[in-house]
Write a protein that binds this ligand. Structure first.
Ligand SMILES: NC(=O)c1ccc[n+]([C@@H]2O[C@H](COP(=O)([O-])OP(=O)(O)OC[C@H]3O[C@@H](n4cnc5c(N)ncnc54)[C@H](OP(=O)(O)O)[C@@H]3O)[C@@H](O)[C@H]2O)c1
Length: 331
């Protein structure tokens, strides 16, 4: 054990449009096809003890039942109270149909052993799905392009979950400005949060500003550039964030690992990174780093220039027949 705990009061919080508070950093729980549900849930247990209070889960990560055991134990042992943690989950692409969203949430709540979620997201704006662990060439012939009408049918089901008190907030993930323009005006309940890929080499500045200007809080996934992402998400030409000169310069100046520079940058920018690690040294360091020794304005400005438009999660496995390339998914 590296350290005992981080006092949760030391971790900055943001306030959502609802007035609810959310920690400025959370823990990701996608094992990237490398780590078992047992390994991920053991890390969640360690993270809870250390002071993490935000967890990014999803049904497709295949580990919610194990994480639920950890939450339950933590409540029973008095490590944390339910209302002190912010739990996110996401409806997978194969559960967008009429009546399916409620079924999906019910399974997630049962698996996580909770009676409400703090936030529930539409994981992808497509009802297109792939087999777990598939390779990058896998395609589902039933895949379809984005349709605002179809998305709104799914979103209306999400809104009803808020009405029923089963989820406190709803959110979207893997959206673009074009898609948001097509749906936000039709939402009875606006998304409180939007999850998007974000790291120094892929900052999505325009989308980030779009969300902030509408009071939507941004969660950034792959905040370290996801060095262990599944093979299907690796492509020639992908850049390594932790090797960029702007990130390395700040790491040297602060005498820290470049991964921590990425996380400090994300938080100081105003988004919520959700780094993943099953290694105690790493997940503890990730939480601790946002409580001390911030980047300077000059370092923040230098990292802003590290933008390389390098999307890592291209999503090509969700392409529909006739689509030309992964860029079609992103307008
Ligand atoms: N909404 C979506 O569609 C979507 C898509 C992708 C991801 N996500 C979410 O975002 C989370 C994070 O994304 P990610 O796991 O792909 O990428 P990431 O957090 O950028 O990278 C994770 C990797 O970084 C390494 N790492 C973590 N902390 C480190 C440290 N302090 N020093 C050095 N290396 C460190 C870890 O290696 P070790 O294992 O060796 O520690 C881990 O494999 C996921 O777990 C998931 O919850 C959401």
């Amino acid at each position: 054990m590296i350290d005992n705990t981080i006092a949760t009061g030391k971790v900055p919080h943001y306030t959502l449009s609802s007035g609810a508070r959310i920690p400025c950093i959370g823990m990701g729980t996608f094992g990237s096809d490398h780590y078992s549900a047992e390994e991920v849930s053991a890390a969640v247990a360690g993270a809870l003890r250390y002071g993490y209070r935000l967890f990014d889960c999803a049904s497709v990560y295949g580990n919610e039942d194990r994480i639920g055991v950890i939450f339950d134990d933590a409540f029973t042992q008095g490590i944390v109270k339910r209302e002190e943690i912010f739990v996110i989950s996401k409806v997978w692409n194969d559960m967008h149909g009429k009546g399916d969203v409620l079924l999906s949430l019910a399974k997630t709540l049962r698996d996580l052993r909770l009676d409400y979620l703090d936030a529930y997201f539409v994981h992808w704006p497509y009802p297109n799905y792939h087999a777990p662990g598939c390779d990058g060439d896998a395609r589902n012939p039933n895949s379809v392009p984005f349709s605002a009408d179809r998305f709104m049918e799914t979103w209306a089901q999400m809104e009803r979950l808020v009405d029923k008190g089963l989820v406190r907030h709803i959110g979207m993930s893997n959206m673009t400005i074009t898609k948001l323009n097509a749906v936000l005006g039709r939402c009875r309940i606006q998304p409180a949060l939007i999850e998007m890929e974000q790291h120094p080499c892929f900052q999505q500045r325009e989308l980030f500003d779009y969300c902030v200007s509408r009071g939507i809080t941004v969660i950034g996934y792959c905040p370290i550039g996801s060095p262990n992402r599944p093979d299907r998400d690796k492509a020639p030409g992908d850049l390594v964030d932790t090797e960029q000169p702007e990130v390395l310069a700040a790491a040297r100046a602060h005498n820290i690992h470049p991964a921590l520079v990425c996380l400090k940058w994300a938080v100081q920018r105003g988004s919520i990174p959700i780094p993943f690690s099953v290694h105690e040294k790493n997940y503890q360091g990730n939480l601790r780093c946002v409580t001390e020794d911030p980047l300077t304005e000059a370092e923040m400005a230098a990292i802003a220039k590290a933008e390389r438009n390098c999307r890592l999660v291209k999503g090509q496995v969700f392409l529909w027949p006739g689509a030309k390339s992964w860029e079609d998914l992103w307008d």
